[in-house]
Design a protein around this ligand. Structure first.
Ligand code: MGD
Ligand code: MGD
Ligand code: MO
Length: 782
């Protein structure tokens, strides 16, 4: 195993280490304890530009150099505080941190019960099967007696609840999706709602060794396949394609009109609908207006979407005339009523009758992530055992502010009434709510409520700056780990490339020390060092592979694997989503009440929600250009994933910094919308609505629908006045503007993708960006 001290200390100038980031496999070139270059893996056909954010990241000034306690908390003890976000910190020793944190965890558990600990701790942290921060914090808190957890993700809040009810699972849609090779070979027409943005396919939760999307789409087009991209942004598909730019948020209306044309012109596959689906009749009644008096004609959808009715009629006919794949990106479900788009999309695909046929049917997440379209591996992943959570309480993940602001209140979720527990301690490791959550002024008020907030992070993010107990973590570059995912052929050695930064510790070591102090150290560590854990997890995984007769390579013993850097696994190539269901629906039923695709769900219908009924339905959103609110805030902001980084991670890196304008996050504006406001390319603008405001740098671009602006997530929140929760963000974080509203009573998912705003040129003196500066840290006085 590489000794980090030896490797990084300058003894081996330019030494290279095998590493994995969520955006790809690379080798880290290290000099004097810092990464100086990130070289993409030679086997990667289209490496992600985000790799170039890595050099310089280990010793960046925003690193947390040692354990720190918020001054007010240290002086006055635990309790609600509005000083979070503007207080000073006091540097403490690791022993003192462990003692204070253990004592506080015990106090809260004994006085208020473990349900008063919120350990949902959402976030992506770093790849690695062992040092993965979520796995570590959840294992620790479970052994401590449990915690209130969160369910599902910001990625797939609506899909995670609706798709199990419609097709019996949601993970299958990605993990066993129709492969890129099959699409390249078979698909005639790819109708893609939200495009297939390559920027997103760079990324995979847990990393990736290849980026095949660009070449797959190129091969499909060379064969004569066509791509229709339905999206407000032209560059959501690279290269040649037909671009239809509807009003954002109108996709379900478009899908219903396409379905209506198929039904009216007798182009729907009745045989498929009868054998594989349930409830089509009820849906057809709705299409023809028999239930609500509104016929879902192309003219009706044209009014809502702005796409000409004739275009929709043509598209429906083309879809029925060849091998058609309907793809819905995840962004379409990260909006109000986000349950409807994937449900309507799969219903439309069912009407075409090509689900389970190579190159036809349905896809969800092509262009959202690297995984969809990639062949799965047939083995379980090396996995750190988690144990059971003795607390039953949970929240849908995006209800974090509601949880803290409304203890004891009831709310709807997936057919149940749940109650928010009274939270006293918030424990976060591996995520950044100031990146991921909406309506940050509201989040800041929510974060004044708990007695104690604990944050583990390598960097002084705003979440760390709102914590009472700040625990400095290492980055993936400072520790050995294993990485692999369910849809990539390589198991990769992540070799520590640099020594641990200053006073940072692996999350595992922090939790081990706490567990020992709290009396369950042996149970938590099982007597293993992290190096021993890696060998243990590797051996477990090696057993799975060796048991497979069709393996393509014998995984070597651990030491040899470590030297080589990776092992190749067998993949299940040429997969088509739901092929086994299509071949034999009686023996391979879906895990739905009917065993079929539920175009009508009696269960959902029985919940009686007014914002999610029994079949795919058009609901008018609040934040869209068709609403009254648009008279006050006439621009529709798309707050999508950043091209230049992963979320908020390494926002200070080269690729991310290069994209900024006067140090602010770029906002794309149509020249027509800019002209009316006196805005030129390169100006700093103020983006605002009734929830907040931020500065951003104007980029004029005619590849947007008029009335639409685009500002990606991920600029570190940087309030002009840190003490004021309503302060303007001077850096360009769109979540000061977005609504903190659930998708519906069913899933309560995140709706951060869409928000109405107004924009004006900012002519004031430009405030400095201080987002990456650490807070004031005082020495500990005896
Ligand atoms: N408006 C709007 N908001 C959105 C979205 C949107 O479309 N629009 N998208 C949403 C989506 S899909 C997602 S997934 C979320 C993402 O939200 P997050 O996953 O919370 O964002 P990240 O920036 O990846 O945060 C990961 C944090 O982990 C830290 N970290 C890295 N390695 C380690 C480690 O080893 N240990 C510890 N303890 N910490 C580590 C990083 O420094 C970083 O602060 O954002 C959501 N927010
Ligand atoms: N580079 C990079 N890649 C990433 C991430 C990242 O942070 N950076 N994050 C990863 C994560 S965690 C996730 S969950 C996925 C998210 O994957 P997605 O949610 O699919 O990604 P987005 O970029 O937010 O949205 C995709 C596109 O949908 C389009 N769109 C937005 N609103 C509408 C609409 O109303 N109708 C239509 N038809 N189109 C619309 C936008 O133009 C946008 O570019 O991305 C992953 N990939
Ligand atoms: Mo996500």
């Amino acid at each position: 195993m590489t000794d980090p001290a030896e490797a990084g200390g300058g003894a081996l100038p330019g030494a290279r280490f095998s590493q994995m980031a969520h955006w790809g496999m690379y080798s880290a070139e290290v000099r004097d304890g810092e990464v100086v270059a990130a070289h993409p893996f030679a086997g990667d056909s289209d490496p992600s530009p985000i790799l170039q954010n890595i050099p310089g990241s280990v010793r960046h000034r925003s690193r947390i150099a040692g354990p720190a306690i918020r001054r007010g908390w240290l002086e006055h003890g635990p309790g609600p505080s509005s000083d979070r976000g503007s207080d000073e910190y006091v540097a403490v020793s690791w022993d003192e941190l462990t003692e204070l944190l253990a004592t506080e965890l015990k106090r809260v558990a004994e006085r208020h019960g473990n349900r008063a600990i919120f350990g949902g701790s959402y976030g992506w942290s770093a790849p690695g099967r062992f040092h993965h921060a979520q796995s570590q914090v959840h294992r620790f808190l479970k052994m401590f007696g449990g915690y209130t957890r969160s369910v599902h993700s910001y990625s797939l809040g609506a899909t995670g609840v609706i798709m199990p009810r419609v097709v019996g699972a949601h993970w299958k849609l990605f993990a066993r999706s129709t492969n890129w090779d099959v699409i390249a070979r078979e698909t005639d027409l790819l109708v893609s709602f939200g495009g297939v943005p390559l920027k997103n396919t760079g990324v995979n939760d847990g990393g990736t060794s290849d980026h095949p999307t660009r070449s797959a789409l190129d091969r499909m087009r060379e064969r004569g396949g066509r791509i229709v991209s339905i999206s407000p942004l032209r560059d959501d598909v690279h290269g040649e394609h037909e671009w239809l730019a509807p009003r954002p948020g109108s996709d379900v209306a478009i899908m219903l009109a396409l379905a209506y044309v198929l039904a009216r012109e007798d182009l729907a596959d009745r045989g498929f609908l009868d054998r594989y689906c349930t409830g089509y009749d009820k849906f057809e009644d709705y299409l023809f207006g028999r239930t609500d008096g509104v016929v879902k004609t192309p003219e009706w959808a044209a009014d809502l979407s702005g796409l000409p009715a004739g275009t929709l009629v043509d598209l429906a006919r083309r879809m029925a005339s060849g091998r058609t794949l309907i793809s819905v990106t995840w962004s379409l479900q990260r909006v109000r009523h986000g349950e409807q788009a994937p449900w309507a999309g799969i219903t439309l695909a069912a009407m075409l009758g090509q689900i389970g046929i190579p190159g036809g049917g349905f896809g969800h997440g092509y262009g959202s992530m690297n995984e969809p379209g990639r062949a799965p591996v047939p083995y379980p992943l090396p996995t750190l055992f988690q144990g059971n959570n003795e607390v039953d309480d949970f929240i849908p993940v995006a209800a974090i502010s509601d949880l803290l602001l409304h203890p004891g209140e009831e709310f709807d979720y997936d057919g149940r009434r749940l109650t928010f527990p009274d939270t006293r301690l918030v424990y976060w490791a591996g995520g950044n709510p100031f990146h991921h959550h909406q309506h940050l002024a509201r989040l800041r008020r929510a974060l004044t409520r708990p007695d104690t907030i604990v944050v583990h992070d390598p960097y002084w993010t705003q979440m760390a700056k709102h914590a009472d107990i700040v625990v400095p973590s290492t980055t993936a570059l400072e520790r050995d780990d294993l990485s692999c995912t369910r849809n990539d052929p390589l198991l990769v050695a992540m070799q520590a490339a640099t020594p641990r930064f200053a006073g940072a510790r692996d999350d595992y070591d922090t939790f081990s020390a706490l567990a020992h102090r709290l009396g369950f150290g042996e149970r938590f560590t099982e007597g293993r060092t992290s190096a021993e854990w890696l060998e243990h997890l590797y051996a477990q995984w090696r057993g799975y592979v060796l048991a497979d007769d069709r393996r393509i390579e014998d995984p070597p013993p651990f030491a040899e694997f470590w030297r080589r850097g990776h092992v190749r696994m067998r993949t299940e190539d040429d997969l088509t989503l739901f092929e086994e269901f299509r071949a034999d629906p009686e023996n391979n039923p879906l895990r739905t009440p009917s065993g079929r695709i539920e175009i009508f769900s009696a269960d959902i219908d029985s919940f009686g929600y007014d914002d999610c009924g029994g079949h795919p339905t058009w609901y008018e959103p609040e934040e869209w250009l068709g609403s009254e609110r648009a008279q006050q805030f006439p621009l529709h902001l798309i707050a999508n994933q950043p091209k230049s980084r992963l979320h908020s991670q390494l926002d200070h890196g080269a690729t991310s910094q290069k994209s900024k304008i006067h140090g602010r996050e770029p906002i794309r504006i149509h020249p027509g919308d800019a002209a009316g406001r006196g805005i030129s390319h390169g100006d700093v603008v103020r983006v605002h609505n009734d929830r907040g405001s931020c500065l951003a740098g104007a980029v004029l671009d005619d590849g947007l629908l008029r009335g639409v602006v685009q500002l990606a997530t991920g600029a570190w929140y940087d309030p002009l006045d840190p003490a004021d929760p309503d302060s303007m963000c001077v850096h360009g974080n769109p979540n000061v503007l977005t609504p903190d509203t659930g998708t519906s009573s069913l899933a309560q998912g995140c709706t951060g993708q869409h928000v109405l705003v107004e924009i004006e040129r900012f002519d004031g003196e430009l405030p400095p960006v201080r987002a990456y500066d650490p807070p004031t840290i005082l020495p500990r006085r005896p």
